[in-house]
Design a protein around this ligand. Structure first.
Ligand code: ADP
Ligand code: MG
Length: 355
């Protein structure tokens, strides 16, 4: 039974549909991220859920109750924005207490709940400060406390970490997940950062041009992308082409890549050219020819980039470029130079079919 249900949501601005019959179900306690390029409709969808943007068509159901016609303050949602959106003339305490005042909660309960929320975001003792006396990370914690203090049904975060530097971003994303799990609150986290989405989400809803392309666990999104957009947008891919030389059965065909044959689990038609994606970390290279099920073909190292834990090799084979990322634990990068001839290989199960 889903807790939040988005049904055929449509939003049109100036005759352009920016959200196109979007459907998604979220379970209670789940952390789902909306991941997609700038302009794909993430904020618009979140604003429709929060009630800041009117729904043109479709329904939003929370805990069995339609909410899409209610004003924002009747929807019981906590929202956190990229730019914090704190009241500059109010102390930390008053900023966090704001939502409780609106719902006419008494003084002593307000006191108790504000202090509890500040403790949750590790800001006990900062009650009397003003936003300008806090770092960006601390301001974002205040806005998180302000969202959580009303005990909302949903926590909605719109690129909450985008104004923070890389190190703090990573720390805060761990904290947000910890708080989210402790409170058990159903959460939508909007981001355009794929690494962030992979790291924190129970499920990722990958968005493109107003639609959800795929909603799945991070592992499934990465290993079993369902559309070409998802293959390209999450992680990195090489695009390669193979020619079908023999049909061996249903879902079993022999293909020729770079002059070598390999058996791949796909349905195919004889002589067809088929496109695949393969991730850089799934390409192996060696100085000697490989065997077994791995296809092995000659390539030249055009460029080599030492990246710390791994080395990136830009290979050229039959006039096409391929990127291979090899862990420096697996292969000592000193052994291979720009200009070296190598053998490249991959396992057939790492080929992602293009659709
Ligand atoms: P994202 O958050 O994924 O970057 P948005 O939801 O903000 O994308 O925007 C989706 C599209 O809708 C964009 O093309 C944007 O320019 C347009 N848009 C968003 N809000 C408005 C608005 N209030 N009026 C007109 N166009 C808008
Ligand atoms: Mg946005």
């Amino acid at each position: 039974m889903s807790y939040l249900c988005l049904e055929n949501l449509v939003k049109t601005f100036n005759k352009t549909e920016v959200v196109k019959k979007l459907n998604l179900e979220i379970k209670q306690g789940e952390l789902v991220s909306f991941l997609g390029p700038s302009g794909c409709g993430k904020t618009t969808t979140l604003n429709m859920i929060a009630g800041f943007t009117e729904v043109d068509e479709g329904k939003i159901v929370v805990d069995g109750k339609p909410v899409h016609l209610l004003p924002p303050n009747k929807r019981e949602m906590g929202m956190v924005f990229q730019n914090y959106a704190l009241f500059p003339h109010m102390t930390v305490f008053d900023n966090v207490a704001y939502g409780l005042k609106l719902s006419k909660i008494g003084k002593s309960e307000t006191q108790r709940r504000v202090l509890e929320a500040l403790e949750m975001v590790r800001l006990s003792g900062y009650e009397k400060r003003y936003p300008k006396e806090l770092s960006g990370g601390q301001q974002q914690r205040v806005s998180l406390a302000r969202a959580l203090v009303i005990k909302p049904k949903l926590l909605l975060l719109d690129e909450p970490l985008s104004n923070l530097d890389a190190k703090l971003r990573q720390e805060m994303r761990e904290e947000i997940v910890e708080i989210q799990k402790n409170v058990g609150i159903t959460t939508i986290f909007v981001t355009h950062d794929q690494e962030e989405a992979l790291a924190i989400s129970d499920r990722i809803a990958v968005m493109y041009e107003g639609r959800i392309e795929q909603a799945d666990s991070p592992v499934s999104i990465y290993n079993h992308p369902k559309t070409d957009f998802v293959s390209r947008f999450i992680g990195e891919v090489n695009q390669i082409q193979g020619k079908v030389t023999e049909i061996l059965g249903t879902h079993q065909s022999k293909l020729n890549f770079y002059g070598n044959e390999q058996i791949v689990a796909v349905n195919a038609m004889k002589n067809a050219e088929m496109d695949f994606f393969i991730r850089p970390e799934n390409i192996q290279i060696s100085l000697v020819e490989t065997n077994d099920r791995n296809i092995g073909f000659k390539a030249k190292v055009e460029r080599k980039m030492f990246l710390g834990a791994k080395t990136r090799y830009i290979l050229k084979a039959q006039n096409k470029h391929l990127i291979a990322d090899i862990s420096n634990v697996v292969l000592n990068s000193n052994l291979i130079h720009e200009g070296s001839s190598v053998y490249a290989a991959w396992k057939p199960e790492h080929l992602l079919p293009s659709r």
